[in-house]
Design a protein around this ligand. Structure first.
Ligand SMILES: [Cu+2]
Length: 68
């Protein structure tokens, strides 16, 4: 199990937070997702088969690309 934090500058409102949390939660292996509107940071706890790569790919696909 790993936890990562990504800066996601496109987060602008609670709708963004909801979208990110619901989309990422459906990715196999993701255990927990916390998106913060004020800091624009997404914290994700995950296990296999999810990887940083699949998480980042999904974020990019839904128009919330992560910045390292
Ligand atoms: Cu929004």
């Amino acid at each position: 199990m790993a936890t990562v934090k990504y800066s996601v500058p496109n987060i602008s409102c609670n709708h963004c937070v909801h979208t990110i949390q619901s989309e990422l939660s459906e990715l196999a292996g993701v255990q927990a997702v916390q998106a913060d509107k004020d800091s624009r940071v997404v914290t994700i706890t995950f296990d296999q088969p999810a990887t940083e790569e699949t998480i980042k790919r999904l974020l990019a696909e839904i128009n919330y690309p992560a910045v390292d």
